[in-house]
Structures are given as structure tokens and as C-alpha cells.
Design a protein around this ligand. Structure first.
Ligand code: GTP
Ligand code: MG
Length: 512
């Protein structure tokens, strides 16, 4: 590379998502540390805010900004506001503008087709001209060019960036040459952009962060006042119902509360794990705890679209712990975004239990590790007003769980204290289930009908399978029909991931 392309100063923003059910991190902070040649960014926990670090690197002054990762398959609209704002704030940390965005992806991860549109929405939120300034950085332990070439989606991504990519061996911090080559690739890209860095017009001012402070203080005060009240009075028997959307960590929270793995989490090859209510008990901190786990609903589904069986199960949950639960824990994963449709779905599904349920409900935020160094109060402030309204509906009661951390039992004791305070506010009364119709009888009837239908369906599947076995096709084109995109996407993905009985050799998915 010619010396006239060399820059005295380089400003870089690291961006990328997280695969929540797979490898998790993309490796942005590690990448930043390798570029700067020192431990400038914390790698032990999630990066929840944009952070800047700088240093002299191979004769250039290099500024690196690390940013929070979004969930790869979530578009901007489904990303919590706090994360969105922090990603946008990254640009204000490298004024007058970044020369390069490094889109960090672990080379071993899959980047499925469904992540394309979310990725575009996330990046284009920063600027519609951003693609001219991106280099795909494959974090790896060995360059795997073949792997990229084999993946249509990776090739699409590299193509979007005009074939700019770089392999960074994250296990080889001592190898300076890989950083020098990366800096040269950035300089090459800047030269192609006529020496320009990216001028951002959509960024937010750093000052935005300041108004978080006072609101946070107010909220913490309310929580503190509630905590002081009667904190020493322990109840001996507490009945708990867990309720919330699918994959929100209901079962994980149940296991954390009971201190043992009794509810199933992550059943392989299923879209959701808990399909009917389950009940378990344990003695915890001198209290006898009964926990009922329930099937979840799909987050933005109106209650009318939730299967009748699930609705009955949700209603049955409060009957399972007779005479009624002391608390309903409404599970909200921190990585979810609570906008209008989701909010309505929560209210309507909670409504299945009756109007009085709110007096006995505590919001339990799960995925506490997603907070990084931020607090839940900061995030509530930045989130859509619907989340605030929902918490208000629950008498401003909320708590945070990191279900991955089983050693920190204080998160459970603090929750139990909050439950006991709420019980005192409710004059020690538990929630009394509405008795007009008995969901248990309704479920019995439904099960009988379902059994007959299943027998019919199994026979039909058998016939189709036999037919397919006889006709050997080189190519198989399938049209998925149905009302809801989510279901079709899920079914499509299962087929494309090779979970079907007859996976075609080469697969393409088109949406109409
Ligand atoms: N990082 C992180 N992952 C979590 C946490 N809690 C749960 N998970 C993961 O989230 C996924 C779903 O957890 P579950 O407890 O099965 O969630 P659920 O709401 O019971 O799911 P369904 O029964 O399928 O509706 C699992 O892969 C868990 O390992 C958490 O606090 N942090
Ligand atoms: Mg579950």
C-alpha cells in the first residue's frame, strides 16, 4: 500500500450482534483490545454502553469505540431503546466522525438469512451511507475463507461491503501484523471514499444520558421506601406463579428461585420448552416455596391468536397452587423491547387471570446479565412509556434476575422480601382465582378432541412420508401457507436447518 494513503489518525467503531442461543458474543471488546494492544475494554460482561479508548498504534493515533450488541435476528424496532440510543451515541464519541465501522462476526457462527434485514436496519439507523465505511471483521482462531465462500449469507454480507473483510485471530494478541494489515485495509477504504470519514447526522448528544440520573434516583427512592417497610417479617409459605412470553426465562427463573433444576429449559429442536403448567416445591431460606411454571405466549400476538390450550393452561396455573398464588411474577426479558403491541399482549394475557391480578403481580426482569454496567432504572427511563405504565400497574414492583448466575442467592432473597412486602400491602391475602369456569374441566375436554385430531394427523403425515420416500427428488420446492409470518418463518427455518425428514441439498428461502 502506498504511503500517501496512510492516516495519522484513525477512528473506528466496533459493531455487531449477539447470538443469544448460541455462541452469544461477537467479540467486539476483544477485537478492540487487540487493535489497541492493551486491555482497554472489559471482556468479562456484556458491553451495555458505548465506550471509547484510544492509543498510539503502529504510528497512528487510533480511537476505538466499543458498542452494545443487538440480538442478530432482531430489527431496530424490536431492540430495547437503551441499546439503540447507546449504539447511536457511539458516533458522538469519535468526533468529527468514524473512518471505519468494523462489523464483528465470529467466523464459526451461522449468520442465517433471517438476520439480513435486521442487520440492515440496525446499521442504517446510524447512516444510510454506512455500507461504504464497513469492513467485516471475522473474529476467529484460524482464517476460514472456505467457510465464508460456502455460506450464501456471509457472501451477501461481504458483498454489501464491497468485498472488504478481515480475519482477526483473537487468540493471538502478540501477532502485530494482523493489526497492521487491518489498519492498512481501513486506510485503503478511506482512500476509496476520497479521504472522507462518515459524517453522522442521526447521532444523539451525550447529554441525553444526564436526564437518566434524576429519574433513576426517584425510582430507587420508591423502591427503597418499600424495602424498609416490614422487611423483617418473613412468611413461611409462599406460592408463586411464573407468567410471560415464550423463551423469556420463566423456567430458568423458577429453577433459580427453588435453587434446583426442576423445570425443563431449552428442549432441543423445539420452538418453546414449556407447553403445559408444571409445579415444583422447595424449602428456601426457611420458607416453603411452591412455584408454578406456565407456557408462554408469542410476544406481539394478540390474545385471540394464542391457542386455546395455552390460554387454558395460563388460567389453570393459579388453580394449581390452591387456594391461590401469593404472587404472579410477570417475566420480561431485558433484551426484549416493550412497545405497544407487546404491551397489549401482556395486558390481555394477564387479563386471562382476572382484573385483580395486578395487585399481586411483580415484574421480574430476566437476562440480568444483559445490563452490563447499566441499571434497570436507566433502561426503564429510556424504554417506551408502555413499560413504565406496566410497572405502575404492578404498583411499581419489579426485580432483576440473572438466571445464569446460580451462585448469587441474594437476588432470590431480595425477591422474597419484595414478595413479602407486597403481601403486607395486600393484608396478607393471596390472589383468589376466578371460579366461574373451571379451566381443568375445559382442558380435559379439549385433550380428548386433540387426541382424536392427532390420530388423524399422524396418519396423514405417514402417508406423505411414504409418498416422499418413493419419489426421489433432486430439488424440492415448498410453499408455506398460513396466517402468521412467525410460524411460517419458524417452520421454514427448521426445514432449512436440516431438521426436516427430507432436507434438500441446496436451499433457498423467498418471502412473498
Ligand atoms: N444470558 C441469559 N440467558 C438466559 C437467562 N435466563 C434464561 N436464559 C436462557 O434463555 C433461554 C430460555 O430459557 P427458559 O427458562 O427455557 O425460558 P422459558 O420462558 O421457560 O421458555 P419456554 O418455556 O420455551 O417459553 C435458555 O436458553 C436459557 O438458558 C439469563 O438470565 N441470562
Ligand atoms: Mg419454560
Amino acid at each position: 500500500m502506498t504511503s500517501d494513503k496512510r492516516l495519522s489518525e484513525i477512528r473506528i467503531i466496533l459493531v455487531g450482534g449477539r447470538d443469544v442461543f448460541g455462541t452469544e458474543k461477537s467479540g467486539k471488546s476483544t477485537t478492540g483490545n487487540i487493535i489497541l494492544g492493551r486491555n482497554a475494554f472489559e471482556v468479562g460482561r456484556r458491553t451495555a454502553r458505548s465506550v471509547k479508548a484510544e492509543g498510539e498504534v503502529h504510528g497512528r493515533h487510533v480511537t476505538v469505540v466499543d458498542t452494545p450488541g443487538w440480538v442478530w435476528c432482531c430489527s431496530v424496532e424490536n431492540t430495547p431503546n437503551f441499546d439503540r440510543l447507546e449504539i447511536m451515541r457511539s458516533t458522538t464519541l469519535c468526533q468529527p466522525g468514524p473512518h471505519a465501522f468494523l462489523l464483528v462476526i465470529p467466523v464459526n457462527s451461522t449468520f442465517p438469512h433471517i438476520c439480513r434485514a435486521p442487520l440492515e436496519s440496525q446499521l442504517e439507523l446510524l447512516s444510510d451511507k454506512i455500507w461504504k465505511h464497513i469492513i467485516v471483521l471475522f473474529s476467529c482462531v484460524a482464517p476460514l475463507k472456505k467457510k465464508i465462500k460456502e455460506s450464501q449469507d456471509m457472501m451477501w454480507l461481504v458483498g454489501k461491503c464491497q468485498n472488504r473483510y478481515h480475519f482477526l485471530n483473537i487468540k493471538s494478541c502478540a501477532d502485530c501484523s494482523q493489526v497492521v494489515t487491518l489498519l492498512e485495509k481501513i486506510e485503503e477504504m478511506v482512500a476509496q471514499n476520497n479521504g472522507h470519514y462518515l459524517q453522522i447526522d442521526k447521532g444523539i448528544s451525550v447529554g441525553d444520558k444526564q436526564d437518566i440520573g434524576s429519574a433513576k434516583a426517584n425510582r430507587q427512592k420508591t423502591v427503597l421506601q418499600a424495602c424498609i417497610r416490614d422487611a423483617k417479617q418473613h412468611k413461611t409459605d409462599i406460592r408463586i406463579v411464573l407468567i410471560g412470553g415464550v423463551q423469556g426465562a420463566k423456567s430458568s427463573a423458577g429453577n433459580l428461585i427453588l435453587g434446583k433444576k426442576v423445570f425443563a429449559v431449552n428442549r432441543p429442536k423445539t420452538l418453546r420448552t414449556t407447553v403445559c403448567c408444571a409445579i415444583n416445591q422447595a424449602k428456601v431460606h426457611n420458607r416453603r416455596l411452591t412455584v408454578v411454571d406456565t407456557p408462554g405466549w408469542y410476544y406481539n400476538y394478540p390474545v385471540e391468536k394464542t391457542p386455546e390450550m395455552d390460554k387454558l393452561e395460563i388460567r389453570r396455573s393459579v388453580h394449581l397452587c390452591a387456594p391461590g398464588p401469593h404472587v404472579i411474577l410477570l417475566i420480561i426479558p431485558i433484551l426484549a423491547c416493550l412497545e405497544m403491541t407487546v404491551h397489549t399482549a401482556v395486558e390481555k394475557h394477564m387479563g386471562l387471570l382476572g382484573e385483580k391480578v395486578w395487585n399481586h403481580t411483580i415484574v421480574l426482569f430476566t437476562w440480568g446479565d444483559w445490563l452490563g454496567d447499566t441499571t434497570i432504572e436507566e433502561r426503564i427511563e429510556k424504554e417506551d412509556k408502555h413499560l413504565e405504565l406496566l410497572i405502575e400497574k404492578c404498583g411499581n414492583r419489579y426485580h432483576v434476575f440473572n438466571c445464569k448466575n446460580h451462585t448469587d442467592r441474594t437476588q432470590v432473597t431480595e425477591l422474597l422480601e419484595k414478595i413479602e412486602e407486597m403481601m403486607i400491602e395486600n393484608n396478607n391475602s393471596h390472589y383468589v382465582p376466578e371460579m366461574e369456569s373451571n379451566p381443568c374441566l375445559e382442558i380435559d375436554l379439549m385433550l380428548k378432541t386433540t387426541k382424536t385430531n392427532m390420530t388423524k394427523m399422524n396418519r396423514q403425515t405417514q402417508i406423505i412420508q411414504e409418498l416422499l420416500r418413493e419419489i426421489k427428488l433432486a430439488e424440492l420446492r415448498i410453499v408455506l401457507l398460513g396466517v402468521e409470518d412467525t410460524w411460517k418463518f419458524m417452520a421454514g427455518n427448521r426445514i432449512l436447518r436440516g431438521e426436516s425428514l427430507f432436507p434438500p441439498k441446496e436451499v433457498h428461502m423467498h418471502s412473498c
